[in-house]
Ligand binder design. Structure first.
Ligand SMILES: O=C([O-])CC(=O)C(=O)O
Ligand SMILES: [Mg+2]
Length: 387
């Protein structure tokens, strides 16, 4: 068996929303297909992947470097020991040949996108849902029930408190019991009014998390921590620059509740530095590393090893990104849940069509691979690319 082609297209996922750091008016995502010569149930096996929102499409890197490394690798050298399936770890090594360590830049996004497609193909060839395959490889029991939360609460032109409340009410109506909103893109007084409005709207039906998208310096972060700690928040996310571990550590001294960060750390070495120097607390804080931005699942497995060494449970991980890849990792490897964006970044985000949110949980359908075939709007764009 062989990988016969790797295809990429950069697609717009633009929207008028803004967080405390960026707007999404020019946001794009790479969609990739890894085409194999395997025929299963009368159909060619093609694995699909895409990168999460927040980083742009990676067509340049994929076409200039990583596609060729996959296609030029010794075809037998990237198979597993049985020779009957791809080995995502060997393909990862092939992609990363002649890449220096450190300074991860955005190649981690390019590799993460391709890695997603490789795992999709691998699980399809094995005829299994990816989450079942991952549990089996790790000698663990899969748990198809995954906790999910609704991320939104963005700033956008003309959005008033009534619109923010209406948005949050919509998530509750769809079965979520944890919602997230942006902070740090307005004055602290205005953010306080926005938080009051949302807490008033959701009452006891749900919890609220807030996300500053890395906006705050230490002084502003402390001011916010003092304001936020009076509220019963689920977590306070990405207060300061993602690489400023000492700021994160200092802020935890002012914020006794749960904090969350990690969506902009793109390697297991960066994750290790966060755990070493960021003052994160394994009994209450959350880690949001997103494999689709950070060299894929092969690297995420290394990150989970780092967590173990530092005494963290995988259940403290609730990845950023709202994609089905992380849902599979959550169900297969026991993460604490996954983000979702009920109204944003379609058709890439979300769940297969048959899936509903019930009291904050979804149940994974038994679809081969990552399960993209169960999401009709997504699989139709994917098939346009490669089938
Ligand atoms: O607004 C964004 O860039 C997305 C984000 O931080 C999140 O989903 O946590
Ligand atoms: Mg975030």
């Amino acid at each position: 068996m062989r990988i016969t082609d790797v295809v990429e297209i950069t697609k717009p996922i633009a929207s008028p929303i803004r967080n405390a750091y960026i707007d999404f008016s020019k946001m794009t995502a790479s969609l990739v297909a890894v085409v194999t010569d395997v025929i299963k149930d009368g159909r060619r096996v093609v694995g699909y992947g895409f990168n999460s929102n927040g980083r742009y499409g990676q067509g340049g890197l994929i076409r200039e470097r990583f596609r060729d490394r996959i296609l030029q690798a010794d075809p037998d050298g990237v198979l597993d020991s049985s020779g009957g399936n791809l080995d995502p770890h060997r393909l990862w090594d092939a992609m990363m040949a002649n890449e220096k360590p450190g300074g991860h830049g955005e190649r981690s996004v390019a590799v993460g996108t391709l890695d997603m497609a490789i795992w999709d193909a691998t699980a399809k060839i094995a005829g299994q849902p990816l989450f079942r395959m991952l549990a089996e490889i790790n000698g663990a029991r899969a748990n198809p029930r995954v906790f999910v939360y609704a991320a939104g609460g963005y700033y956008y032109p003309g959005k008033d408190l009534a619109a923010l409340r209406h948005e949050m009410r919509g998530y509750l109506n769809r079965g979520y019991n944890l919602v997230k909103m942006k902070i740090g893109g307005a004055s602290i007084d205005e953010d306080r009014r926005r938080i009051d409005a949302v807490l008033d709207e959701i009452g006891n039906d749900a919890r609220l998390a807030v996300d500053a998208n890395g906006r705050f310096d230490l002084e502003t972060g402390i001011a916010y921590a003092k304001m936020l700690r009076d509220y019963p928040l689920f977590w306070f996310e990405e207060a300061g620059d993602p690489l400023d571990y000492s700021l994160q550590a200092a802020l935890s001294g002012f914020y006794p509740g749960s904090m969350a960060t990690g969506e902009n750390l793109f390697s297991h070495q960066d994750a290790r530095n966060l755990l070493r120097y960021g003052g994160m607390r394994p009994d209450r804080d959350y880690l949001q590393f997103d494999c689709a931005l950070s060299y894929g699942l092969v690297e995420y497995l290394r990150t989970l090893e780092v967590l173990k060494q530092f005494g963290w449970s995988a259940s403290r991980c609730v990845p950023h990104g709202g994609h089905q890849m992380s849902l599979n990792i959550a169900a297969g490897l026991g993460l604490g849940g996954n983000e979702s964006y009920p109204d944003l970044f379609q058709p890439y985000g979300g769940f297969p069509d048959s899936v509903t949110v019930d009291n904050g949980y979804i149940t994974m359908p038994e679809l081969p691979g990552i399960g993209f075939e169960g999401k009709s709007d997504l699989i139709s764009v994917m098939r346009e690319l490669a089938e």
